[in-house]
Design a protein around this ligand. Structure first.
Ligand code: ZN
Length: 283
């Protein structure tokens, strides 16, 4: 895969309302699926599953309230299984005016399963979201951000409008594969809460000092404004929804408001905005 040439340069991006930067807050609502997708052994690990469930039970209400207070619309990547076992989740997201996007069904990593299983992840995820009352998603994010050629082709086949799993640029660009192009709204580990605060008993994890996320994400916000670009922040309700992290996120959003200059937009809105301004090359 390769990136597209001819991207608008720094300072050339224009955002609605003359905003200095487009800012997308994105939440991957992995919940129990985040663990069940790791293998059947997790079916009997009630404690681990309960930590995932916390994201829906406690994290989501906090996050939705914070976004409503600031009038921010965000993107929620919801695995089909999460939508299936948590009635009311999809409705609560839609009531807030947010976007629901595709994040697989059982949160299986594309690079670890067969092409048939990858197809099932896409199709079962679509069916479960539809059954839960979500509009057909136009966006996709792969589990652990591992996108494979097979899943790339499935996204094209199913007419997805954008992907948000790759890291080939820090501006919107086209990810190219086998003559096909997908609008990419790129992510990065440095803009993800999981590497900082995610931890589990088997693999351990990082335990960044409280405040580290605030400092580095504010720096990225200022850089995005200076470069007039888009920035995508990725969070998980079971991680950022814990009280001390939630407070850090709330403080950050207040600081963003103080700085000003942000166009907060779900990824689908950013995709619609940039698509006509970003010609595909290299097909
Ligand atoms: Zn996930």
């Amino acid at each position: 895969m390769s990136t597209q040439a001819m991207l608008p340069e720094v300072g050339e991006w224009e955002w609605p309302g003359g905003a200095e930067a487009a800012v997308s807050l994105t939440f991957d609502v992995d919940a129990e699926a985040g663990w069940l997708g790791e293998g059947p052994a997790y079916e009997r690990r009630l404690t681990t599953l309960s930590e995932g469930r916390y994201g829906v039970v406690r994290g989501m209400p906090r996050i939705l309230r914070l976004l409503a207070e600031h009038g921010i619309r965000a993107t929620f990547f919801v695995p089909g299984y999460t939508a299936q076992i948590h009635p009311g989740l999809v409705e609560s997201i839609l009531t807030g005016g947010h976007e629901i996007a595709h994040h697989g069904h059982l949160h299986l990593r594309s690079d670890k399963v067969s092409p048939d299983a990858q197809r099932a992840e896409i199709e079962q995820g679509l069916a479960a979201l539809e059954k839960a009352g979500a509009p057909r998603p136009t966006g996709y994010r792969s589990t652990s951000w591992e996108l494979t050629p097979e899943t790339f082709d499935l996204l094209v086949e199913h007419g997805f409008g954008y992907d948000s799993s790759c890291m080939g640029d820090d501006r919107p660009y086209y990810e190219l594969h086998d003559g096909n192009a997908l609008l990419e709204l790129p992510v990065h580990w440095s803009l993800d809460d999981w590497p900082r605060y995610g931890w589990n008993i088997d693999t351990g994890g990082n335990t960044a000092a409280p405040g580290e996320l605030y400092t580095s994400w504010l720096a990225e916000f200022d850089l995005a404004r200076a470069e007039r670009r888009h920035v995508v922040y990725t969070m998980h309700p079971e991680v950022i929804g814990r009280p001390q992290r939630y407070v850090e996120l709330a403080r950050l959003i207040e600081k963003f408001a103080e700085r000003g200059g942000a166009w907060y937009a779900p990824l689908a809105d950013v995709a619609d905005h940039v698509r006509p301004r970003l010609p595909v090359t290299g097909r």
